[in-house]
Design a binder for this molecule. Structure first.
Ligand code: GAR
Length: 200
């Protein structure tokens, strides 16, 4: 069974959605390890509640990003991870992780990429005045939120939305599409051709 390594920085609701989908048997995969770059990440407790190893690798303790990522790779290998899932992991993935997991790292982003990459995607959407935004699961490449797109879900922006209300509406969709994308990968249903991801 595909072993997942989930990288987080915060509360971990996407992590929870992934754990729940795996435990319910909807996704033929197992969360083998959760790694947080921030010791205060709430998602660590979620992992512990499900008896999943929860490891802190604090990026602030490393001067060199290569060494920081080598530490992550070491833990991922210890748990025989075959797919790395970024779930609210707020660091840019560097060369070391990419080299060890080519096309085996996925991310969820709270916008319809390529619109609004980077930080505060929901605020970017509100400030821009779009009437539709959403979320995207994509493969991770060397850019920031630029890799081939696996699944997207559109979400309406309402007249009176705040960053909080819009983020909550998007998050609900994130919790559907992230497990779905992982299910596709676990069942070996995806084929990547350049920028295009096709269902086999
Ligand atoms: C989610 O909205 C996710 O899309 C976003 O952070 C939130 C994490 O929530 N990720 C990014 O913005 C990555 N650039 P969670 O910790 O509850 O899953």
């Amino acid at each position: 069974m595909l072993q997942l390594g989930v990288l987080i920085s915060g509360r971990g609701t996407n992590l929870q959605a992934i754990i729940d989908a795996c435990e319910a048997g909807k996704v033929p995969a197992k969360v083998a390890v959760v790694i947080a770059n921030d010791p205060s990440a709430g998602g660590l407790e979620r992992a512990k509640k499900h008896n999943i190893p929860a490891v802190v690798i604090d990026n602030r303790q490393f001067r060199d990003k290569h060494i920081y990522e080598l530490e992550i790779v070491k833990v991922l290998k210890e748990h025989a991870v075959g797919l790395v899932c970024l779930a609210g992991y707020m660091r840019i993935v560097g060369q070391v992780l990419l080299a060890h997991y080519p096309q085996k790292i996925v991310n969820i982003h709270p916008s319809l990429l390529p619109s609004f990459p980077g930080l505060n995607a929901q605020k970017q959407a509100l400030d821009h005045g779009v009437t539709v935004t959403g979320c995207t699961v994509h493969y991770v490449d060397e850019g920031c939120d630029t890799g081939p797109i696996i699944v997207q879900s559109a979400v309406p922006v309402k007249e009176d939305d705040t960053e909080e209300t819009l983020s909550a509406r998007i998050l609900e969709q994130e919790h559907h599409i992230y497990p779905l994308a992982i299910e596709f990968i676990a069942k070996d249903k995806l084929q990547v051709e350049g920028r295009k991801v096709r269902l086999k």
